[in-house]
Write a protein of this length. Structure first.
Length: 110
């Protein structure tokens, strides 16, 4: 129709569960909630510190799988920041003429 093409803006959301979560995200959050239930069942909840300790696995995993704009979730943001800080910081330029420079250097003889 009038040679216009409609491309979905966010096609990756169709591959996610409920449009937000990967299976690993749900396993991680489910494991945190399971550990929280076990801690709530076995720890004496007499002080505030113990309650915070018992609820912390679900809160931490919930924070990690929380959706973030421009990234998938906080776990992805933390992993990308770690990769950036631990990998090489000097990048060699490999632009459009990189292969031409290598070929010219190999063929030139003196």
């Amino acid at each position: 129709m009038y040679d216009n093409y409609l491309i979905p803006a966010n096609t990756k959301r169709g591959q996610l569960i409920l449009g937000l979560f990967r299976p690993f995200d749900l396993y991680l959050f489910g494991g945190g909630v399971l550990v929280t239930f076990i801690l709530l069942a076995f720890l004496p909840l007499s002080s505030t510190i113990v309650v915070i300790f018992a609820l912390s696995p679900a809160l931490v995993t919930g924070f990690l799988v929380m959706p973030v704009p421009y990234y998938h979730n906080m776990l992805t943001v933390i992993m990308e920041a770690y990769d950036f800080l631990t990998n090489r910081q000097k990048y060699r330029w490999k632009g459009w003429c990189y292969r031409n420079v290598i070929i010219k250097k190999r063929t030139r003889r003196k």
